[in-house]
Design a protein. Structure first.
Length: 465
């Protein structure tokens, strides 16, 4: 429901002028299925990414989400006493313009998170880094430059070129070799092999607040992505890249670009294992590293991860994120859609929790709509309109959109009626009908839904003139 966020804000403006004398920020309660939502007016999710960051510097881990569809950033504060997450809009102006993907990580070890993001704003498929700072209750982010470029560079053919990250991909930003600085794992341009870029700043005589990368391994883990499925080809040797089990009869084609990587020590042996999503797959593939931090060799895979529980199954192109979302010491695993178009509207953020037993991470599905369950999310291309539907003198809220069912196969038009059961100055919206006028089965509803946009724009014109 990503694009509806703008229209919800417009509806907010209409409501504020008609009901609340245009207050700058206010809370209007919304109830769905008897539950009052805590993140009601946040616009829903389509293709979100997640990172931990201590936004208010109180020592409690908070969260940012970034939705690839619409490049929408959200900042959440964690309330450990209740376990709740609340949206805090005040931090948003402090962040730079972000596009495609963003991961928060502390690269200079100063205790304050920095931002790694796509450099597509400059037209180069690569990585831009912003160094974070927190002073007097506000964040600031300074764009890092790498040898007169606003994106990371590596040596190639005697010169310099961008450290390549496809605009569709999400790399792994993590300490691969255990030397205390952040390295990068990402699929090469053909999308077949994982390249390991080692951070050599300190080894090169630079300080920890610098970033200097070299291509340490052009086929990290020695795997080759399968051209037809989410599985990967493993290598029989830690010293040789996989050839795809080539027999001379069938040619192994280069893999199409589009992959996500999360690198995590899942078995506690000190080296990095990997969770990989592919543009043509609904799954996450877990890759078990059988060597060490110095040299990676994938010896086993789980192509329907986690096969010990309910496997990830999202349409299409899944990304995995390791984030702290509760008060236990183990990180949770979030699986979310990474596509701008092929998505699942209402349950596209799957949360997996590790069991409390010691040992390797053993993730089990706990919820399919993490954070979404507390938001108004009625589907894609959603549009609101304000009207007194039942003639009681109070402005109600109609929302139209297209909800996807059974993945992206079926697109269902819908009208949602939120009845105002409050007062003229204190509105209180309750969902009374999720299929108003029987829109699910009426072709004319597609026209009605499109007309909602005209309704809200007309209201805006009245306000402006």
């Amino acid at each position: 429901m990503q694009k509806s966020s703008l229209f919800i804000q417009i509806a907010f403006l209409v409501l504020s002028c008609n009901m609340l004398n245009a207050q700058e920020r206010f809370q209007i309660p919304v109830v769905i299925n008897g539950k009052e939502l805590s993140l009601d007016w946040n616009g829903g999710y389509n293709a979100p990414q997640f990172s931990n960051i201590d936004l208010n510097r109180d020592g409690v881990t908070d969260l940012i989400s970034f939705d690839r569809q619409g490049d929408m950033l959200r900042t959440f504060i964690h309330l450990p006493a209740s376990g709740r997450w609340v949206m805090d809009w005040s931090y948003l102006p402090d962040f730079p313009r972000l596009v495609d993907w963003v991961l928060a990580a502390d690269f200079n070890n100063d205790g304050v998170e920095d931002l790694f993001t796509s450099s597509s704003a400059s037209g180069v498929a690569g990585v831009t880094v912003y160094k974070g700072a927190y002073n007097n209750g506000h964040w600031s982010f300074i764009q890092m430059r790498d040898r007169d470029r606003d994106y990371l560079q590596v040596t190639s053919g005697g010169g310099l070129t961008n450290l390549y990250v496809s605009w569709d991909d999400i790399p792994a930003i993590t300490d691969v070799d255990g030397d205390g600085d952040l390295d990068i794992l990402v699929f090469e341009p053909g999308g077949s092999y994982i390249t390991y870029f080692s951070n050599r700043s300190v080894e090169s005589g630079w300080q920890s607040d610098s970033l200097r990368f070299v291509a340490e391994d052009i086929c990290w883990g020695k795997i080759l992505e399968n051209e037809l499925s989410e599985t990967v080809y493993l290598s029989d040797s830690p010293d040789m890249c996989s050839d795809g089990n080539f027999t001379g009869e069938d040619h192994i084609l280069p893999r199409h670009a589009g992959s996500t990587i999360l690198a995590l020590d899942a078995d506690g042996d000190g080296d990095k294992d990997a969770y990989v999503g592919d543009i043509a797959s609904r799954r996450i593939v877990f890759l078990h590293n059988g060597l060490n931090v110095e040299e990676a060799w994938i010896i086993d895979q789980d192509s329907h991860y986690p096969s010990t529980d309910i496997p990830v199954d999202l349409p299409f192109f899944v990304a995995a994120f390791s984030v702290q979302v509760d008060d236990d010491p183990e990180p949770e695993l979030i699986a979310a859609v990474n596509s701008r178009s092929l998505t699942e509207d209402n349950e596209c953020v799957w949360r997996y929790d590790d069991d409390p037993a010691a040992g390797p991470l053993n993730y089990k599905l706990t919820i399919k709509n993490f954070l979404q369950q507390d938001m108004i999310d009625v589907g894609s291309h959603s549009r609101p309109a304000i009207a007194d539907v039942n003639g009681d003198g109070l402005s109600d809220l109609l929302m139209g959109g297209y909800a996807y069912a059974e993945g992206t196969v079926t697109r269902i038009p819908s009208l949602w009626l939120f009845q105002n059961q409050g007062t003229p100055t204190q509105p209180y919206f309750v969902l009374v009908d999720g299929d108003y006028l029987g829109c699910h089965s009426m072709e004319v509803c597609q026209l009605l839904i499109s007309l909602l946009l005209s309704e809200i724009l007309t209201a805006m014109e009245v306000l402006i003139w």
